[in-house]
Design a protein around this ligand. Sequence first.
Ligand code: PLP
Length: 401
Amino acid sequence: MSLNFGRTLLAIPGPSVIPERVLAAMHRPSPNIYEGELIELTASLFPDLKAVARTDADVAIYIANGHGAWEAALKNTLHRGDKVLVLATGLFGMGWAELAGTLELEVQVLDFGNQRDADPDRLEEVLRADAERKIKAVMTVHTDTATSVRNDIPALRQAITNSGHDALFLVDCIASLGCERFEMDDWGVDVMVAACQKGLMTPAGLSFVYFNGKAAEAQKRCKPGYYWNWHPRTNPEIYYQQFAGTAPTHHLYGLREALTMLVHEEGIEAAWARHRTIAHAIWAAVEAWGDGGTMRLNIADPAKRSLAVSAIGTGEGEAGRIRRWCENEAGVTLGIGLGFGRPGTPEGDRNFRIGHMGHQNVAMVLGALGAIDTAMKAQGIAHGDGALAAATTVLAKHGQR
Ligand SMILES: *Cc1c(COP(=O)(O)O)cnc(C)c1O
């Protein structure tokens, strides 16, 4: 006997829920890739991709996941033996650092742990100490999806400027793009990487590297190789060069539809506001549960929390029991804890994540929260009451904050 019949809900922080309209746009035969509609459709994506990131910078599209964009960004801006400084605030910052090491870059990591954002003062100090200007790039993530911290990109930029250092500033917005404010040009970011399967609501398989004039200049001394070179992708003489081969045809149709929804129908500011309200509703629920149980948000300071994902700590084993009950009995899939110990072990089962990025509405948010509430009741896990009421109070005030 189970209650789990009906539509399932994916509440993991990527891949995110794909809108039916995006799926429908992809349901078609393969088009001509040399002439016609697809060429125009591809050209139409660039202004919208720039609008989402608030930039006039160039953007190259890769047939790759986020790791591909990570690699592309480094191969186009750095030379073997160059030194990079990574500000790590969770597993994703660490992952980018590890990848940099495999490209024979000299990697220095400033590790800020799993529960706080990167410290701009510390960054400034390290850059000032680099009198020989060995550090060629500072790398960080906007939202670290493992810890759900949001780094203060303008403050980090200010630290670089204050230090007088000329290192490039590379930022990973894979989890945050389309979900919360990111102003590439105003914030002085030189290179930004993103992927399509989180806030951009498209099946995994496309990623993006945005780069400004300073980064384009830096590329001239690099050897990005054939496939990762961003130059032909942004300046194709013939369409075939734009993707270094066959275009990702169906993904382009899907992305077109997703960007129409995000940029032209909802509007990017409205989408950010929606994510803000939804995130606050989830935090209100978690705080209510914690008042009478072990549950707590991984990032204590609301101003430092991501609006796209929430990492949540619990008592030993509880996160695993909640997740499994939600998946098996409620049809709701929650995210595993990442970077806190392996899921299935006592340490790993003390954390889980709720993804609230992209195609999300009130029904979906309350569905996920309601399933978690039910899971704790069904399994006798201690928790405070009133979580759903706390969430609906926040949702009801959307537009008023
Ligand atoms: C998801 C994610 C990645 C990795 O993207 P993949 O598509 O899985 O390679 C990197 N950084 C952040 C911040 C992410 O959220």
